[in-house]
Design a protein. Structure first.
Length: 158
């Protein structure tokens, strides 16, 4: 049996064990069926421990395929062991362009980026989870997180 003939459900199960970079570099433009299928998978983008060349390539891919931004549900960016990954990403994209972004994690954010995020975070109403690691400016971090909308749990009444 050819791999292309596997049922969609099996491919989607397999995709859960692959990085999104592997999925797009392996199956994008392979054929029309895979093109459509990978455009339906919710994406969890983790840029930690990613080579700069892969980061740059995926950013370029996002720029040329803006519809893929709507598939991104979680995003992890880091400046740890990278050269300005967060700054580079935010210079290319505005976080409010990611219409389904539910979770954002930032690692080793610079103060000037935190200042910008203070303005951007309230513009992402679907954001349910925000994690900030290794930030040195506690006051600014507190101010930033206070801008997040507090989630409420609806109650049932009889």
């Amino acid at each position: 049996m050819k791999f292309e003939l596997l049922p969609n459900e099996i491919f989607i199960e397999i995709s859960e064990f692959l990085s999104i970079f592997d999925i797009f570099y392996s199956f994008n433009q392979l054929n029309n069926h895979f093109n459509q299928l990978i455009r339906t998978i919710p994406l969890h983008v983790n840029f930690t421990n990613i080579q700069k060349s892969i980061f740059d390539r995926f950013c370029k891919f996002l720029l040329s395929n803006p519809d893929v931004k709507n598939q991104i549900y979680s995003l992890i960016l880091t400046n740890k062991d990278t050269s300005d990954q967060i700054k580079t990403f935010l210079s290319l994209f505005s976080l409010n362009e990611f219409l389904h972004l539910h979770s954002l994690t930032l690692i080793q954010v610079e103060e000037n980026i935190l200042q910008k995020l203070k303005l951007i975070i309230p513009l992402i109403p679907q954001l349910h989870s925000f994690h900030l690691f290794d930030s040195n400016d506690i006051h600014l971090t507190d101010s930033l997180t206070s801008n997040l909308e507090i989630l409420s749990i609806p109650t049932l009444s009889s």
